[in-house]
Ligand binder design. Sequence first.
Ligand SMILES: [Mn+2]
Length: 375
Amino acid sequence: MPTGCVVLGSPASGLQQFYSMLSADKAREAARDLLCRAGAQGARVAVVYHADADGTSSAALVCFAVRALGGEVAPETPGKGDNVHGAAFGARVLATGAALAVVLDTGSRPGRLFTIPTLIVDHHRIDPAQAPEVEAFVSTLGDDPETSTSALTYELLAPVVEPLAPIAPRAWLAALGLLGDLGDGARRHPLVAAAARQHGLSALREAVALVNAAGRSAAHDAGVALEALLEAERPADLARGGGEAARRLRALKEEVSAATRRAIRVAPRVHGRWAVIQLDEPYRVHGPVASAWTRRLPDRIVLVANRGYMPGRVHFSVRSHLPLDLRAALTALLPDAGPDFAAGHDRATGGIVRAEVFDELLRRIRDEAARGAVA
Ligand SMILES: [Mn+2]
């Protein structure tokens, strides 16, 4: 086994033992052991990732690491409007023939995700009782919520990979995920500060926007962003490099920017404290449009709905500058609309619902406004 891999006193006992955030060091040991074993066997590793800057930069780090350890990679991300928990996606992962799945930044649910050994790295906060049943679950420990999956991934991989192939020159990938998820609040993180000194903050920000555009594109062409990150030596290669994937990524970004400009011109309809904007775009631009309108309408709850993203469904984002629990505001209107309704965070939520459910939500928003129930 490669030198960096000698980190364990004894082999992991595999399927019988599920490590979780309750024993973080054990989870990391188990994770490194799984990766090292897969590499030593020349096995294929399915790299499953969330198609945003954090998930995709994490995937690029794992692809680099698996190859350095001797394995081969099969990157997979859920298709448009799909998620990792569906049976169809599980079958796709299995069909890669992978001996191990590494799952990055997708959020986690209790129970088993795939039938093959699985390592999850994820920074979304969860209740320890809700931890997934996997061979290794590397998570934030509650003590450091201000991190990203990319930072957790980098810290996990560096000790085993560095002796084989220098991963430090790719630490900027971890910075992309931090900036993507935490915005400028991440500037003080040591990985971001170091990457900004070396590459400049604007090159990092530009790279974040480019990678995010792939996941927002009508074709949901997330693979282009991963390819561009893998061919890049520095963040500026995404915005200015001559690589084939980087060129395609820049074209996607142009498309998404044009769709955003179009969507932002759609006028809101105000119903009491709500401002509702309805789009019909195949691009996932409802989140950025909602954020943009909260700046113009600071005393409203902005709801941007998109009927054009997936047929028969409405994807919507809710944002506000008002100090409100937006998830509670939504569930008060529609208490039983399923797990994809009012998901996310108190200050940034939304949902995915059938068109008739969304129409009912709109009726209730208008009723609330007519009652003048809330000032
Ligand atoms: Mn993330």
